[in-house]
Design a protein around this ligand. Structure first.
Ligand code: 3HC
Length: 291
C-alpha cells in the first residue's frame, strides 16, 4: 500500500519535528493534539524552522509554501479516518499510548499502519491494544527530528514484514538512514545513550565535576556534538526519568537506577529546555546560562 496521508498524534517537540520532516518529504500530514495551544505552537515552530532553511538557502519560498500546504492540524482524533499511517508521538506512558491506539483502531481503515515513536515502551504491548497487531511497528525518531539522520524501526513480536517495509519506505522518503531493532527496552540507541546521560547526572550528584566540565569532557574528549547534560535537557528530564524507570523495572538491573538528582530535578519542575530550566537555563529553548 502506498502511504500518502500521515496522522501524527502529539504536537510536542517530537511530533512537530516528525510532521515537519513528513511534509518536507511530500506527505499530507495532520497533526492531532487535544490542546489547541500545542497545535498552534507546533505550526509556529514548523514555520520558523522552515524560515531558517529558506534564509540559509536550503529551501525556496515556493518549496516552503508547498510543504506548509500539506499540513493540517486537528484537535479531533476522528480526522484519522483517512490516514494510511498513524505515528503516535505522545509522552512515554503505556496506558495513555494504549488508549490512543485502542481508539484509533476503531476510527482508522483496516489497512492503516500504526507506528509509535516510543523510545522505551514495549511495542508488543501497544500492539495488543489493537485488533491489528501485525500492522503495528516502531518508528523511533531522534531529536531534533528534521536534523538527525537516523530512524530506528522496531519489530514487535507480531509485526509483519509488510509493516516493517512500509516504515522503512517512509523513512527512506524522509531521507533517513534506518536500523532495525527488536522490541526490548530502549531498543538499540537509547539502551546505550540514556544510561550515559543518567551517569552524567550521577557524576554531578557525586560532585565529581561541574555541569560545564561534565559536558566539556564528552564534547572535547569524545567529539560528541553536545554534552550529556545539555542533551538530557533537550530530550527532557521527565522523559529521561521515565525511560530509566522503565529500564530499571523491566530489565531489573540496578545499573539502570535513575540518579537521585534526576528525580529531584523532575520533582522541582526542572524539565530542561521545554520548562526553561534544567541543568542550564533557557529562553525559547535557547541556552542562556547554567542553573
Ligand atoms: N529543529 C530543526 N532544525 C534544527 C533544530 C531544531 N530544533 N536545532 C538545530 N537545527 C538545525 C540548525 O538549523 C542547523 O541547520 P544547518 O546545518 O542547515 O545550518 C543545524 O541543525 C545545526 O544547528 P546549529 O548550528 O544551531 O547547532 P549545532 O551545530 O550545535 O547542532 C544539533 C545542533 C544538531 C542539535 C547538534 O548539537 C547535535 O547533533 N546534538 C546531538 C543531538 C542528539 O544526540 N540527538 C539524539 C537525542 S536522543 C533522542 O532523540 C531519542 C529519544 O528517544 C530520547
Amino acid at each position: 500500500m502506498e502511504i500518502k496521508n500521515i496522522f501524527v498524534v502529539g504536537a510536542g517537540f517530537m511530533g512537530s519535528g516528525i510532521a515537519q520532516t513528513a511534509i518536507q518529504s511530500g506527505y499530507n500530514v495532520t497533526i492531532h493534539d487535544q490542546s489547541e495551544g500545542a497545535l498552534e505552537r507546533a505550526k509556529t515552530n514548523i514555520g520558523k524552522n522552515m524560515d531558517r532553511l529558506v534564509s540559509k538557502g536550503r529551501m525556496t519560498e515556493e518549496q516552503k509554501a508547498a510543504a506548509l500546504a500539506l499540513l493540517t492540524t486537528s484537535s479531533s482524533i476522528h480526522t484519522a479516518a483517512n490516514a494510511d499511517l498513524v505515528i503516535e508521538a505522545i509522552f512515554e506512558d503505556l496506558n495513555a499510548k494504549r488508549a490512543i491506539f485502542e481508539e484509533l483502531d476503531k476510527i482508522c481503515p483496516k489497512d492503516t499502519i500504526f507506528a509509535s515513536n516510543t523510545s522505551s515502551i514495549s511495542l508488543t504491548s501497544l500492539a495488543a491494544a489493537t485488533s491489528r497487531a501485525e500492522q503495528v511497528v516502531g518508528m523511533h525518531f531522534f531529536s531534533p527530528v528534521p536534523v538527525m539522520r537516523l530512524l530506528e524501526v522496531v519489530h514487535g513480536l507480531r509485526t509483519s514484514q509488510e509493516a516493517i517495509d512500509a516504515a522503512m519506505e517512509v523513512g527512506k522518503k524522509m531521507g533517513k538512514t534506518m536500523i532495525l531493532a527488536k522490541d526490548k527496552p530502549g531498543f538499540i540507541v537509547n539502551r546505550m545513550l540514556l544510561p550515559m546521560l543518567n551517569e552524567a547526572v550521577e557524576i554531578l550528584d557525586e560532585d565529581i565535576g561541574t555541569v560545564a566540565d561534565t559536558d566539556e569532557g564528552m564534547k572535547m574528549g569524545c567529539n560528541h556534538p553536545m554534552g550529556p547534560l545539555e542533551l538530557a535537557d533537550m530530550v527532557g528530564l521527565d522523559i529521561l526519568l521515565e525511560v530509566m524507570e522503565t529500564f530499571y523495572n523491566d530489565l531489573g538491573d540496578t545499573k539502570y537506577r535513575p540518579a537521585h538528582l534526576l528525580r529531584k530535578m523532575v520533582a522541582a519542575g526542572y524539565l530542561g529546555q521545554k520548562s526553561g530550566m534544567g541543568f542550564y537555563q533557557y529562553e525559547n529553548r535557547k541556552k542562556v546560562g547554567v542553573n
